[in-house]
Design a protein around this ligand. Structure first.
Ligand SMILES: [Zn+2]
Length: 148
């Protein structure tokens, strides 16, 4: 299990870790950084700590696959949440809570599970999950810079 470290304001070569919370994608944490040239990018934490990412690529050849622009990160998050993978209940994020005899709605975002609530009706749980899904998708879309 990867544990995130607190890199706030630390410098790694020409990169400075920003105060934003790291984003978890595919078992790795990505830290928002600012390069000395002004470019904002997300860099995989282990790459920062190992010293393999020391700039956005403007100062030296970097392992670019450990780095993503804000836009790329947002797109990856969108594809994760928007994916309609069906589980046993027929709706992703809605599960039958046997011990309580109710439907449990939840969503995974930034590597965290957010509990939406428990519902007597399956339809209510699906509606609640959809509502949160739309809200998060909107939030991510707003973060996507218009120019890159
Ligand atoms: Zn740079």
């Amino acid at each position: 299990m990867n544990k995130t470290k607190y890199l706030n304001n630390q410098s790694f070569g020409f990169l400075t870790a920003l105060e934003d919370k790291p984003i978890k994608m595919d078992k790795h944490f990505y830290q928002k950084c600012r390069c000395i040239c002004g470019k904002i990018l997300y860099v995989r934490e282990d790459s920062l700590l190992r010293g393999t990412s020391r700039s956005c690529g403007c100062k030296s050849k970097e392992l670019r696959h450990y780095q993503f622009t804000e836009k790329a990160i947002a797109k990856m998050q969108l594809s994760k949440i928007g994916k309609s993978k069906y589980n046993k209940s027929g709706c992703v994020g809605v599960n039958w809570d046997k011990s309580r005899g109710r439907w449990q709605a939840s969503i995974r975002y930034n590597g965290k599970k957010i509990n939406i609530g428990r519902f007597d009706n399956y339809e209510d749980a699906v509606t609640a999950r959809k509502k949160v899904e739309v809200k998060i998708l909107k939030e991510i879309k707003e973060k996507i810079p218009t120019s890159n």
